[in-house]
Design a protein around this ligand. Structure first.
Ligand SMILES: NC(=O)c1ccc[n+]([C@@H]2O[C@H](COP(=O)([O-])OP(=O)(O)OC[C@H]3O[C@@H](n4cnc5c(N)ncnc54)[C@H](OP(=O)(O)O)[C@@H]3O)[C@@H](O)[C@H]2O)c1
Length: 297
């Protein structure tokens, strides 16, 4: 099968697509034929050598994927059948034509959601929901300041904040990003490169400040864009988020017009993985970057 690979840590130019053995599902694991994966900041950190794949994790890049159930390891409980459309949060391996996943980590793709959108759901939607409701305990009427408002997590957090009947306020680095945030429901947005957002937020809230801050640089810490080392990949991701899917996925399953949507910046075919990494590294993405597998695979 084809998979994204790099021999030495470094820049995006080190990435290439290579033929590797198709994985065999182990006990309790399901084989997924990946249709689309998503790019995450963690992939960039791993590629540059700042966050090597944890021991025992798949060292192919890719922390989330959507596709079809294609096989079973021994001991599966019969919860899934061949051809089911599924998505999953992974400990690695999503940027490849096949990946194996413990069966309990799979989620059904809500009706009508195409693979390229489904691949954008597991990481950001479970994270934003967890941050708002379990860490921030956001309540109706409260104000939530969301930094990087046009990021994958940011675009999701704006929508979930509105659903919680709270008031999202964002910061972002360009006017285009602020416009997207406003379209998604941000009540106010400030370009932190051009104005003092702390003053503007105080003005907007009549001096009372905000109730919750989601910051991928450093208040409720859920990211490491500024660098550093923390071992949260497996712990935070695979365990604490699993229970949130029951609360998040129904938003996508509503007939007619679901109240939320994953925001897709761009869809890159697998062989353009280098460009995909560059786009994210240059902070140019508005929403999620998707990596699509070759159609004939
Ligand atoms: N804990 C978890 O489970 C979890 C889950 C998902 C994501 N994360 C983390 O959350 C962070 C955001 O992820 P994402 O996927 O939403 O990101 P993203 O879509 O790639 O967007 C990141 C945005 O953050 C802003 N930014 C501000 N300072 C930055 C800096 N020093 N370096 C890079 N970007 C900076 C940029 O937008 P502006 O132009 O507006 O500044 C950039 O476009 C990452 O650190 C990621 O690893 C954590």
């Amino acid at each position: 099968m084809l998979a994204v690979y790099f021999d030495q840590p470094g820049g995006p130019e080190n990435l290439y697509v290579k033929e590797v053995p198709k994985p065999h599902p182990g006990r309790g694991e399901v084989l997924i034929k990946v249709s689309a994966g998503a790019l995450n900041r963690m992939d960039l950190l791993q590629r540059s050598g700042k966050y090597p794949s944890p021991k025992g994790a798949n060292d192919i890049l890719g922390l989330e994927a959507a596709g079809l159930v294609a096989g079973f390891g021994p001991g599966c409980k019969g919860q899934w059948k061949t051809g089911d459309t599924v998505m999953a949060l992974l400990s690695g391996g999503g940027q490849a034509e096949y990946v194996t996943v413990p069966e309990g980590h799979l989620m059904s793709i809500p009706n009508g959601i195409p693979f390229v959108q489904a691949a954008a759901i597991p990481e950001d939607w479970l994270t934003a929901f967890q941050l708002l409701h379990f860490v921030g305990n956001v309540q109706s009427g409260q104000t939530v300041l969301i930094h990087a408002g046009a990021s994958g997590v940011g675009t999701t957090a704006i929508q979930l904040t509105r659903l919680a009947k709270a008031i999202p306020i964002v910061t972002a680095g360009t006017q285009e990003k602020l416009k997207l945030a406003a379209k998604l429901g941000a009540a106010a947005g400030f370009n932190y490169k051009e104005e003092d957002f702390t003053e503007r937020v105080l003005e907007f809230t009549n001096g009372s400040g905000v109730d919750v801050i989601l910051d991928c640089i450093g208040v409720i810490v859920y990211g490491l864009l500024g660098g550093g080392e923390v071992s949260w990949r497996s712990a935070c991701k695979l365990h604490s988020k699993r229970g949130k899917k029951e609360q998040v996925l129904p938003y996508f399953s509503q007939d007619g017009s679901p109240p939320v949507q994953p925001i897709i910046d761009s869809v890159y075919p697998l062989h353009r993985i280098v460009e995909a990494h560059r786009t994210m590294e240059e902070n140019n993405n508005l929403g999620k970057i998707i990596i699509e597998m070759p159609p004939s695979s």
